[in-house]
Design a protein around this ligand. Structure first.
Ligand SMILES: Cc1ncc(COP(=O)(O)O)c(C=O)c1O
Length: 385
C-alpha cells in the first residue's frame, strides 16, 4: 500500500522528527536537556477546572456525542468570552467547536477551496498550514519573509500575489514562529484587501490570549462574515492542548456547509472538552490574564538577556511564546544547526526550514515550556557555543 505522491512530498511532522534525535541519548544531571521545541504552556489548568471535570464524570451525558457544532450553552459562553475580549462577538451559529485549531483549519480550507485553488501564506509559516494545504492539493503561494520587518506581513506584497485562483490570505497572529503581532489597523487593512478582491482573510489566532490587548475589531463590523474566517484555539488559553479545544468562526451559512465535513470527520468536539471550555470562558479571565503576564515576562527576560549576552546568534523577531533567531553557521541548514545545539548545548529547538522554503538560516525557540528561572541557563548555553 502506498500513500499518494502528493502526501509523500509533504515534510514529516517537525516536532516528531526533532524529538527523534533525542532517542537513546542521555543528558547529564549538571547539564540537562532544555526543551525549546514545542509551544505548550508549562503550567496545568487551574485546580477548579480539574475539579469541575472530575465532577462531570458522574453524569452519563459527559460520555455521549453532542450536536456536531457543540452544545449551545457552551457556544453561548464562548460568544460572551469574545464580547469581553474582542469588543464584539460572533453569534453562536457562526461558531463550530472543533478538535483544536488544527481541525478548524481543515474545516475552513476543505469548505472553502478545491484542488488547484491557491492560498497565500506568510513566511515563516506555521508548518501544519502548508502541510494541510498540500495534503488537500491546494497550492501554497508564499509571501516572502523579510527579516527587516521582524515577521510582519506586507500588504503591498500580498496584494500582488492575489490571482484568479486565490481563495484566501492566511495569516497567524501572534505568529508562530516569530511572535509578531499584527496590529488591529493592519488586520482591518487585510480584511479590506480581501473584501476588495472577493476572497477570504483567514486569521489563525491560537495565541490571542497572550497579546494583552484587543486583538482586532473585525467582530464589530456587520460585514465581517462575508470575508473573514477565524481559526481559534483554547488549548493554549486554558492550558488544555491535550483536550484538543478549538473553534471555527465564520459566516453561519459557511458553518452549515462546514458541518458536513465536521460530521464525517469527527462528529463533534468531545463533551469533556466542551465542559472545560465552558468553565474556562465563564470563570478563568483573571487566570488567563495572569498567565499572559507570565509569558510576557519570560519573553522580556529572554530578549533582554539574549541581547545583552552578545551571542553569535541574532535575534530577528520575538514575542510571547517565541523567538526567531539566525544561527551563525552559514554552511549549515537549520536542521544541522539544531542538531548541533542538541549535541553541544543540550538544547532542542526547531529548524527554520520546517516553517517554509529558504528559511535554513533560522531557528525557532519556544519558551512556553520553560520557567523564567531557566532563561539565564538557556542564554548562557547560546553564549558558550
Ligand atoms: C499557529 C498555530 N495554529 C494552530 C495550532 C494548533 O492548535 P490546536 O492544538 O488547538 O490544534 C498551533 C499549535 O501549536 C499553532 O501554533
Amino acid at each position: 500500500m502506498q500513500a499518494t505522491k502528493q502526501i509523500v512530498k509533504i515534510q514529516h511532522p517537525p516536532i516528531t522528527e526533532v524529538k527523534s534525535w533525542l532517542s537513546g541519548r542521555v543528558f547529564p544531571a549538571e547539564k540537562p536537556l532544555i526543551d525549546l521545541c514545542q509551544a505548550v504552556p508549562s503550567y496545568s489548568p487551574p485546580a477548579e477546572l480539574i475539579e469541575h471535570l472530575k465532577s462531570s464524570f458522574d453524569d452519563s451525558q459527559t460520555f455521549k456525542y453532542s450536536p456536531d457544532e457543540g452544545l449551545s450553552d457552551v457556544r453561548n459562553e464562548v460568544c460572551s468570552w469574545y464580547q469581553r475580549h474582542y469588543q464584539g462577538a460572533p453569534t453562536s451559529d457562526q461558531l463550530c467547536l472543533t478538535i483544536g485549531a488544527s481541525q478548524a483549519f481543515w474545516l475552513a480550507i476543505s469548505a472553502l477551496c478545491q484542488p488547484g485553488d491557491e492560498v497565500i501564506v506568510q513566511l515563516p509559516a506555521y508548518f501544519d498550514h502548508p502541510m494541510g494545504l498540500q495534503a488537500l492539493g491546494i497550492k501554497v503561494v508564499y509571501a516572502p519573509f523579510n527579516p527587516e520587518t521582524a515577521g510582519q506581513p506586507d500588504i503591498e506584497t500580498i496584494s500582488h500575489l492575489i490571482g484568479p485562483k486565490t481563495k484566501a490570505i492566511l495569516l497567524v497572529t501572534p505568529s508562530n514562529p516569530t511572535g509578531a503581532v499584527i496590529s488591529p489597523t493592519q488586520i482591518a487593512a487585510f480584511f479590506e484587501l480581501a473584501q476588495s478582491r472577493n476572497i477570504s482573510l483567514i486569521l489563525d489566532e491560537t495565541y490571542n490570549a497572550f497579546i494583552g490587548t484587543t486583538p482586532h475589531l473585525l467582530f464589530n463590523r456587520s460585514d465581517w462574515p462575508n470575508n473573514f474566517i477565524q481559526i481559534a484555539s483554547f488549548g493554549k488559553t486554558f492550558a488544555l492542548t491535550g483536550l484538543r479545544c478549538g473553534a471555527l468562526i465564520a459566516d453561519d451559512k459557511f458553518i452549515q456547509q462546514a458541518l458536513k465535513i465536521q460530521d464525517s470527520m469527527v462528529v463533534c468536539q468531545p463533551r469533556i472538552t466542551q465542559l472545560a471550555l465552558e468553565f474556562g470562558c465563564r470563570h478563568l479571565d483573571d487566570w488567563v490574564a495572569n498567565n499572559a503576564v507570565t509569558m510576557q515576562q519570560r519573553h522580556d527576560r529572554f530578549k533582554t538577556d539574549f541581547l545583552a549576552a552578545k551571542t553569535n546568534f541574532k535575534l530577528i523577531a520575538s514575542g510571547s511564546f517565541f523567538a526567531w533567531v539566525k544561527h551563525p553557521w552559514e554552511d549549515l541548514t537549520g536542521r544541522l544547526a539544531a542538531k548541533r545545539l542538541v549535541e553541544e548545548a543540550n538544547l532542542i529547538c526547531l529548524p527554520g526550514e520546517t516553517f517554509g522554503p529558504d528559511l535554513e538560516p533560522y531557528l525557532r525557540l519556544s519558551f512556553g515550556n520553560i520557567e523564567v528561572s531557566q532563561i539565564t541557563e538557556v542564554v548562557g548555553r547560546f553564549q558558550e557555543i
